[in-house]
Write a protein that binds this ligand. Sequence first.
Ligand SMILES: Nc1ncnc2c1ncn2[C@@H]1O[C@H](COP(=O)(O)OP(=O)(O)OP(=O)(O)O)[C@@H](O)[C@H]1O
Length: 337
Amino acid sequence: MTTRHDGGPGVRIDVTGLTKRFGSVRAVEDLSFTVEPGVVTGFAGPNGAGKTTAMRMILGLVAPTSGTATIGGKRYAELRRPSQTVGAVLDASAFHPDHTARDHLRIYRTMGRHPESRVDELLDRMGLAHAADRRTRTFSTGMRQRLSLATALLGDPRVLLLDEPSNGLDPEGIAWLRRFLRGLADEGRTVLVSSHVLSEMQQVVDDIVMISKGRLVAAGPLREMERDLPATVLVRSPDAAELRAALLSAGGGRTRVETVSDDGLRVYGMRDADIADLAGSKGLRVYGLTAEEAGLERLFFRLTGDGDPAPRTALHAHGPPPAAVPPQATTPEGNRR
Ligand SMILES: Nc1ncnc2c1ncn2[C@@H]1O[C@H](COP(=O)(O)OP(=O)(O)OP(=O)(O)O)[C@@H](O)[C@H]1O
């Protein structure tokens, strides 16, 4: 077993040929990937791609139609002390509204037979000590996410599976979550975190498993995938048609130009300064130039062949990103309520 981190033995997740059909719905189809310890692995894909179903199969909550998922070489049902091996958050809202944060953790602590000291330790670590005796009905989304994570960590598990943990978090909450996930990986843990917001995931993950319509699209280190993407520049110009012709003519076959809106072009294979110079020399107006980073969204759309996503950096041509979806009704220990 390998780990890219020095902090103790790591536990790998192996998913092999995993398939789940619900009647005629192919939720997960012949999915194979590994999740390594010591890094944060993003499980990315649009709504309905099959992320939750795959995670539920890894956790033994849904029986696969075929294929296997193992944690440290064992299926979930074969683990001797599951809550000391795997912590999971599939739903950050599954709390009894009248229980306090401390009540909640004490119940799960008792069920998992974890040391009593874990409750206060985790309330502290999650920044919830001040709210320990408040009823969870008064908790904000961010506080609920933190309490879910605390529950998942009660058994000090080496493996964490988190389904859309950034859902509903404000920018400060997302920044906290990023630091938290990085800390878990730095402790040598195996961290699989799903999200349908690819741009958000890009800032925290080391490895990525990308799925679409239940199938694997790509898997591997994010940096390597990004390297394969050509740099692009978004250009906003009221003379877009003329500029497009000039770019193609000057680029001599090395430059590709995509029309993204009435006055928006995406240019492949030419630097922003060269585009500005060319436009100036032809007397064409340019109102905006944005060098785009090789983003996960572009990678995803390129790999799935579904066309490029709406440009968000400069042109805002196609409206806001999709809304977050509510998580599923499952407790951190995986039992439906
Ligand atoms: N119990 C079920 N019965 C029938 N169909 C299901 C069931 N659970 C999931 N599905 C279907 O399987 C597909 C994958 O759903 P899943 O929730 O795993 O996707 P997801 O990637 O987690 O999406 P989201 O980001 O929206 O949560 C969807 O078409 C969904 O409707």
